[in-house]
Design a protein around this ligand. Sequence first.
Ligand SMILES: NC(=O)c1ccc[n+]([C@@H]2O[C@H](COP(=O)([O-])OP(=O)(O)OC[C@H]3O[C@@H](n4cnc5c(N)ncnc54)[C@H](OP(=O)(O)O)[C@@H]3O)[C@@H](O)[C@H]2O)c1
Length: 323
Amino acid sequence: MLRFATIGTSWITRQFASDAAVVGDISLACAYSRDAARAAEFAAEIGAAASSADLPGMLASSAVDAVYVASPNSAHFAQALAAIKAGKHVLVEKPAALSAVDFQTLRDAADAHGVVVLEAMRTAYDPGLARVASLLGELGVLRRASLRYCQRSARYDQVLAGERVNIFDPALGGGALNDIGYYCVSAMVALFGEPAQVVARWVTVPGGADGAGTILAGYPGLVVDLGYSKITASSLPSEIEGERGFLTIDRIDSPRVLRLTRLDGTTQTHEVPGPEFTLAFGIQRFVDLCRDGGHAGADHARTLGALRVLEAIRASARAGDGS
Ligand SMILES: NC(=O)c1ccc[n+]([C@@H]2O[C@H](COP(=O)([O-])OP(=O)(O)OC[C@H]3O[C@@H](n4cnc5c(N)ncnc54)[C@H](OP(=O)(O)O)[C@@H]3O)[C@@H](O)[C@H]2O)c1
C-alpha cells in the first residue's frame, strides 16, 4: 500500500484521488493546502486520513510514502525537491519543472535519496499513444505530422474581464504552452524523439502569457507542426503522414480513435478502449516504479527532452515576438 499526500486542492487533485482508487493499493494519508480549513475540508472530500497546512511537517511524517504535487507550475520544483529530500517518492504534475536543468536536479536528488520522481504526463502513459506508436510502421517513411490541441478555456473570459488567473499568469509558470501545448510537445518527443530545430510563434493575452501558438519542428527527413490554444477551439484532428499512408488521431492527449489510410485506398479504424480523461495509467506506472524499484530512465529522458523543447519554443517565440 502506497500512502500518498497531496499538494493542491483544485479539480485535478480530486481527479487524482478518484483515479488512484481505480489503480488500487493506494491510500490517501494527508491533504495539504496553504489554508488549514481548506485542507481539512478537502481531506474530508477526497477521503484523506489527515490534513495539513504545514508542508515541512507533512513531508516529515512517517505516515506518508509519496507525494502528488498539483500546484501551479512555478511551485513544482521547490515542493518536489523538498519532498524528495524528506525521502518521499514524488509524482509531479506536468510540466514537472520549468526547465530541463531543474528536472535533472530533481532526478539527481531522487537518485541520491533512493526515491522515485515521475512527471504525471497522462498522454505518455496512455495506451492510445502506445497504439499510435505501434501503427507508425504501417505508414512507410514518415515525412510530416500535425499534432494539435486547441480548447478554449472558460478561464480566458476571466482574463478578458481583467482578473488574474493562475493558469494564465506568467509568474506562476502559466500560459497555454505549459498547459495544453505541452501535450503536443510531449507526444512529439515520445513518438519522434527530440527535434533538431524548432521555430515558434505565439499570441499573448492580457497579462503577457501565451494563449495560442504554432510550432514547426525539424527532424532529418521529417517536419512536424504543433498547434495549441486555450483561447480558441478547433475540431481538426492530429495526423501523421508517411510515404505509404497517413494516420488520423482523434485527440493527441488521449488517442481513442485512430484511422489508418493506406495510399492503396484501404482504411482501418482502431479503437482504443478507456476513459477520455484519466490519470490512472501514469499513477499505475508510478506505483510500479515505487514498488519494484524499476528504472525510470526512459521516462526521465522523455521529460528532459520535452522540457528542452519547451525552452527552445519559448526562446524562438520570444525572439520573433509579434504579439
Ligand atoms: N494531467 C492533467 O491532465 C492536468 C490537468 C489540469 C492541470 N494539470 C496540472 O496540475 C497543476 C495544477 O493546475 P491547476 O490549474 O489546478 O492549478 P491551480 O488551480 O492554479 O492551483 C492548484 C492548487 O495549488 C495551490 N495554489 C494556488 N496558487 C498557488 C501559489 N501561488 N503557490 C502555491 N500553491 C498555490 C492551491 O491550493 P491551496 O490554495 O489549497 O494550497 C490550488 O488548489 C498544474 O501543474 C497543471 O499543469 C494537469
